[in-house]
Design a protein around this ligand. Structure first.
Ligand SMILES: CC(C)(COP(=O)(O)OP(=O)(O)OC[C@H]1O[C@@H](n2cnc3c(N)ncnc32)[C@H](O)[C@@H]1OP(=O)(O)O)[C@@H](O)C(=O)NCCC(=O)NCCS
Length: 137
């Protein structure tokens, strides 16, 4: 089941978020993950959070900020399901995201779902290039 983040799942989202930002818990709180423009969805199985996606919605564009799947549950389609869930909520919007050029799993996931590279931010992540991708409707 994929559902909007609720308070009882927040700690697990913090735990997963550490994979992307050591200080994830300092960067976000429940309110900042759920504002008028920020939405977070969790993939829940048997009351366990196996993954989450955090997006920002702008006027005509959805920015995928973070997506993480529990390391023991990867390669089972959960990442795809989370992104497709958001596609279904916003079928008419353009999607954009940014990803490190050495993150093969994420790059492949995004390509599989129709994202294409539109630019590169040189040495954006500690000397590693960031790839900016979009999926037009
Ligand atoms: C990127 C991530 C979210 C993918 O989640 P996932 O649930 O494993 O992805 P899926 O099972 O839905 O895989 C979908 C596609 O992604 C690609 N993919 C996923 N894992 C991959 C891997 N380890 N190597 C290569 N390609 C991979 C494949 O194309 C796959 O399709 P396939 O199964 O038909 O080959 C997950 O690896 C993760 O949490 N990584 C750490 C956090 C991160 O880097 N997030 C992205 C940056 S914000």
């Amino acid at each position: 089941m994929i559902t909007r983040l609720t308070d009882n799942f927040l700690q697990k989202v913090y735990n997963l978020g550490i994979e992307l930002h050591q200080n994830f818990k300092d960067l976000y709180n429940f309110e900042s993950l759920n504002t008028e423009f920020n939405e977070t969805y969790v993939y829940v199985d048997n009351n366990s959070v196996l993954g989450f996606i955090h997006i920002q919605s702008l006027v005509d564009e959805i920015n995928i900020i973070d997506i993480v799947v529990d390391s023991s549950m990867r390669k089972k389609g959960i990442g795809c399901s989370l992104i497709e869930h958001v596609f279904n909520i916003y079928p008419d919007k353009r999607f954009i995201l940014e990803v490190s050029c050495d993150n093969t799993a994420a790059l492949n996931l995004y390509k599989k779902l129709g994202f294409v590279q539109i630019s590169v931010r040189s040495k954006y992540y500690n000397g590693v290039d960031a790839v900016v991708m979009e999926r037009k409707n």
